[in-house]
Design a protein around this ligand. Structure first.
Ligand SMILES: Cc1cc2nc3c(=O)[nH]c(=O)nc-3n(C[C@H](O)[C@H](O)[C@H](O)COP(=O)(O)OP(=O)(O)OC[C@H]3O[C@@H](n4cnc5c(N)ncnc54)[C@H](O)[C@@H]3O)c2cc1C
Ligand code: FES
Length: 245
C-alpha cells in the first residue's frame, strides 16, 4: 500500500449523478479487480473509498456517484488538478477460480469493478456474461463498455425503462445464462438475493463506511461465518460460502 499523487485527466458525467474519473500518474499502477483506492479530498478529513474500474499503463479509471459532500466536491474538480490516493487496498476478486464461464452481476455502480474483472476473466480464456441492474434508464453506465469487450449484457431496470423490468435476479431468470461461478457487487439486498438464488459458488464485494481504509481501526468490521472480518483489509471481496446470508 502506498500514497501516490495522480492528476485528473477526465472527470465527466456519464449518467445521472454518475462521473467517470480518469487519473494519471508517473509510473505503472499495480492493482487487481475488486481492489480499491482511498482518495484524499482537499478539505475533508476522511478519505473516500472508490473501486478501480480499469487500469491504464500509468493510471486508473474510476466511476463514482454523487451521494454526499465528498463526492459532490469531487464532481467539481477539473482536469489538471491533483488527487492523492492510497492504493492498492483490499483483497481482489478471484478470476482464476472460475472454471469456464462467469456471471458478473452489478447493481448500479457495482458494475464498475466488474468491468476490470471481465477483462481479467477474458485474459484467462473464460466466457463472461454480465447482468447489470439500475433504477432507471438514465442511470445506466458501463453497458457499452462491456458490450465493446464482446460480452453479452442482460439489463434490468426497476421502472422497466430499459431491459427486463425488475431486479437482476429477474433478468437472470428470464435469460437463464450458463455459468459455473458468479461475482457480484452492488446493494446488499441484491447481493443477498443473488447468493440465495444462485446454486454455484460466488464472490461478493461488500461496502461499509470506512475510517482508516487500511486495516487499523476495525471500523468496517462485518460478521462472517469464519468470524469478524475487516471489509477494507480482509475484503471487500468475500466468498459466498463465508457470508452469513
Ligand atoms: C470498498 C468500497 C468501494 C467503493 N466503490 C465505489 C465506487 O466505485 N463508486 C462509488 O460511487 N462509490 C463507491 N463506494 C462508496 C463511496 O465510498 C461512498 O459513496 C462515498 O465515500 C460517499 O462519500 P460522500 O462524502 O459523498 O458521502 P457522505 O455521506 O457525505 O460521506 C460521509 C462519510 O461516510 C463515508 N461513506 C458514505 N457512504 C459510504 C459508503 N457507501 N461506503 C463507504 N463509505 C461511505 C464517506 O467515505 C465519508 O467518510 C465504495 C465504498 C467502498 C467501501
Ligand atoms: S476502515 Fe479501518 S479497519 Fe477498515
Amino acid at each position: 500500500m502506498q500514497k501516490r499523487l495522480f492528476k485528473i485527466e477526465q472527470n465527466e458525467a456519464v449518467a445521472r449523478d454518475t462521473f467517470r474519473l480518469v487519473l494519471r500518474t508517473d509510473a505503472p499502477v499495480a492493482i487487481r479487480s475488486g481492489q480499491f483506492v482511498d482518495i484524499a479530498l482537499p478539505g475533508f478529513y476522511l478519505r473516500r473509498p472508490i473501486s478501480v474500474s480499469d487500469i491504464l499503463p500509468d493510471g486508473v479509471v474510476l466511476y463514482y456517484k454523487v451521494v454526499g459532500e465528498g463526492t459532490r466536491a469531487m464532481a467539481g474538480m477539473k482536469p489538471g488538478e491533483g488527487l492523492e490516493l492510497l492504493l492498492p487496498l483490499g483483497s481482489g476478486f478471484h478470476p482464476e477460480r472460475c472454471r469456464e464461464a462467469a456471471l458478473l452481476a452489478g447493481g448500479g455502480l457495482g458494475a464498475a469493478p466488474l468491468y476490470l474483472l471481465a477483462k481479467e476473466l477474458q485474459t484467462l480464456g473464460k466466457q463472461v456474461t454480465a447482468v447489470l441492474g439500475f433504477n432507471r434508464a438514465d442511470e445506466i453506465c458501463l453497458e457499452q463498455e462491456f458490450r465493446a469487450l464482446g460480452i453479452p449484457v442482460l439489463l434490468a431496470t426497476l421502472d422497466g425503462s430499459a431491459g427486463t423490468k425488475g431486479f437482476v435476479t429477474d433478468a437472470i431468470a428470464a435469460a437463464q445464462p450458463v455459468f459455473d461461478r458468479f461475482y457480484t457487487c452492488g446493494p446488499l439486498p441484491m447481493m443477498k438475493a443473488l447468493c440465495a438464488a444462485l446454486p454455484t459458488p460466488g464472490e461478493a464485494s461488500l461496502e461499509e463506511r470506512m475510517g482508516c481504509g487500511a486495516g487499523f481501526c476495525y471500523g468496517c468490521t462485518v460478521q462472517t461465518l469464519s468470524g469478524p472480518k475487516r471489509v477494507c483489509a480482509d475484503g471487500p471481496v468475500f466468498d459466498k460460502e463465508d457470508l452469513p446470508w
